[in-house]
Design a protein around this ligand. Sequence first.
Ligand code: SF4
Length: 254
Amino acid sequence: MTTAKKPSSRTRRRKVSAQDVLEYMGPEYGPVEWHSRYTPAEELVYTILSQHTSDLNSGRAFNNLMKTFGTIEGVADASAEDIEEAIRRGGLARQKAPRIKQVLAQIRDEIGGFDLSFLAEMPLEEAKAWLKRLNGIGPKTAAIILCFSLGMPAMPVDTHIYRVSQRLGLIGPKVNAEKAHDILEPMVAPEDVFPFHMYLIRHGRQVCKAQRPRCGECLMGWGCPTKPKMERAAVADARKKAKRKPAAKKRKAS
Ligand code: SF4
């Protein structure tokens, strides 16, 4: 990891802002390039498959689903049992198959097909509201579809973004993940929403990990309000381990 530019004494005294995230993390994790990987309906199905499972398994399940039925229309026409069979390797297939079947049926009932590209023509809030009316679609899934498939300035908040934002003090400790979408998204200009999202994810994966964040090498350490607490916890952890070692050695010797 490269070292961030040295903060001035002024930055050391103030709270971290979303603009700081862009400014400090941009050179580290950028540039990021947006490209649409799936159609909105495919993205929706992929997002259902990605819940509570790894990217690897959800990717395999999605690929197998599309290989089996060919198109989203084919998936919608299949029985829940056949969908379940096709997505088995992704985990939780019994719960996810009927959800996929149901939401696709709902979309077809409403618009007579699966072309959701009209959402890109709507104001962002309207597009979100349209998606959130669908069964089982919450703010995160709606934001994923609008952001990743249609390139709209929606901010999906995953577990990494939620954790890093809280630790940096961008959102309060009592803000839940659903509310975090509405708070974080307007913090930056629309054209910066996607990089803001990507930088926070990368930071959460590489540095501000759930267990043992690497505060010592964090480029936001100058203003992170959680850093002192994390460092105290790391010291206490190291002391505990050091105490355990001689006891373990003694046991071995006897
Ligand atoms: S200083 Fe530590 S807790 Fe704060 S953002 Fe960096 S890694 Fe996370």
